[in-house]
Design a protein around this ligand. Structure first.
Ligand code: ARG
Length: 456
């Protein structure tokens, strides 16, 4: 049944009805729609706009519909125009004329604006919880790997040694910022558009404070035209989602590299990898690749909404219906991506020996060897040159700096003594770096304490 048949004499074109309909995707927020209607009905009753009996009938009717859908006793009719029409029609079918009064002082414009806010507000909370779980996983791996040495890279070239704890700590910071961005966005969006009407409020004495409070909002939105046509909050959330995916994708890229035959830093658990139909030896990092691949699709949703809104005159326009599929798709993608990434990460095995060996073989201690000479009175620029020549010598011999004899060291500079080995050991190189944020033990302990705090 149409909510707007009165003004029409002709039938709607079939394809128009299909093109216009949103029930296949807005049925997703049936709970929010019914809860919003309950709050609206109670407020109408409270204000004397409908009678006490009507309020009771409507409220009970809506409660029954809610419970029936939840229990699977009532199926949402996919031929209805949208979820709002379905709920109202079902209510009237069940309780008669009182049901027709529910929509007093309300438009689907403020109704859908309310439903979407409530749904996405909850989604923001859920994604925040998932991020917290991921952060917990990262932190626990950090704690176990404060002395797991590995090369740190710049330009994807081995640069200086770090630890796994230090490397993962960088991702902790990223996801922690994502979490706080989500919280900010949630704060800003937490105002109720219900009572904005079609665009210009209504002549009924609605109590917007009451419905806002009943639905856990901080208060009502301040401008009814903005109330029905604002989707900024969705763009903010999509931008948070995009950033989360971008971070997951960066991390995925590293997992993929670490998993290559050449690196062998990690072993992905069987549960989180798949094989090849033709090459029996294959074990592929599909989850990491899919997360990387799906990142584009979340960016796509962000751009979809930015574009949908850029030319929209006030107030409501049907273009706004396009917010839903884009948002839901991004939400599902980011939600599954965090869950799977977390699962993959928490079951990863790190080949600590291989990682340390890789740091050792990559001349990641060259800076420290130069610093050793500086301590022994050689100007840094000269020390840099000496170590550069030493590195060349080692490349030729296919060995690490640590593998040279003291005699060989001395051929390059008489300043080298027996303690050079201690000075350029991986452990020393890392341990001496204790500036705030660095990989040394003291610095890492501070970092871990900061992470613990950030989690709560
Ligand atoms: N399905 C619509 C949407 O998602 C509901 C609002 C319809 N309002 C209207 N004036 N036709 O935006």
């Amino acid at each position: 049944m149409k909510l707007w048949g009165g003004r029409f004499t002709g039938e709607t074109n079939e394809l128009v009805a299909k093109y216009n309909s949103s029930i296949t995707f807005d049925s997703r927020f049936w709970r929010e729609d019914i809860k919003g209607s309950m709050a609206h009905a109670l407020m109408l009753g409270n204000q004397g706009i409908i009678t006490h009996e009507e309020t009771e009938l409507i409220h009970k009717g809506l409660t029954d519909i809610y419970n029936d859908i939840e229990a699977g006793r009532l199926e949402i009719d996919m031929t209805a125009e949208d979820i709002h029409s379905f709920v109202e029609a079902t209510l009237t079918e069940r309780i008669g004329d009182a049901g027709k009064k529910l929509h007093t002082g309300r438009s689907r414009n403020d109704q859908v604006a309310l439903d979407m806010r409530m749904y996405s507000r909850n989604a923001a909370t859920e994604i925040g919880k998932k991020l917290k779980k991921l952060l917990t996983t990262i932190l626990s791996i950090m704690k176990e790997n404060t002395e797991t040495y590995m090369p740190g890279f710049t330009h994807l070239q081995k640069a200086q040694p770090v630890t796994l704890a230090h490397h993962l700590g960088a991702y902790f910071e990223m996801f922690s910022r994502d979490r706080s961005r989500l919280k900010d966005a949630r704060e800003r969006m937490n105002y109720s558009p219900l009572g904005s009407g079609a665009l210009a409020g209504t002549t009924y004495p609605l109590d917007r404070e009451m419905t806002a409070k009943a639905l856990d909002f901080y208060g009502p939105t301040e401008n009814s035209m903005d109330g029905v046509s604002d989707r900024d909050y969705l763009i903010e959330l999509l931008s948070c989602f995009s950033m989360i995916m971008m971070h997951l994708s960066r991390f995925s890229e590293e997992i993929i590299i670490w998993n290559t035959n050449e690196y062998r830093f990690i072993e992905i658990d069987d549960a989180y990898s798949t094989g090849s139909s033709i090459m029996p030896q294959k074990k592929n990092p599909d989850i990491a690749e899919l997360v990387r691949g799906k990142t584009g699709r979340v960016y796509g949703s962000l751009i979809t909404l930015l574009t949908a809104l850029k030319g929209l005159p006030l107030a409501y326009n049907k273009d706004l219906q396009e917010d839903k599929e884009a948002f839901f798709d991004a939400l599902d993608t980011v939600s599954d991506s965090i869950t799977l990434f977390d699962g993959m990460l928490s079951t990863l095995t790190f080949n600590k020996e291989v990682m340390a060996q890789s740091a050792k073989n990559g001349f990641t201690n060259a800076t420290d060897a130069a610093d050793y000479l500086v301590v022994h009175g050689i100007p840094f620029r000269d020390a840099h040159g000496i170590i550069g020549r030493l590195v060349l010598y080692c490349i030729d011999k296919n060995c690490a700096l640590d593998d040279l004899s003291l005699d060989e060291f001395k051929q390059f500079s008489p300043a080298f003594e027996q303690d050079i080995y201690e000075a350029i050991s991986l452990k020393t190189c890392v341990e001496k770096r204790n500036t705030i944020g660095a990989p040394g033990m003291q610095a890492i302990e501070r970092m871990i304490a900061h992470c613990e705090e950030a989690l709560y």
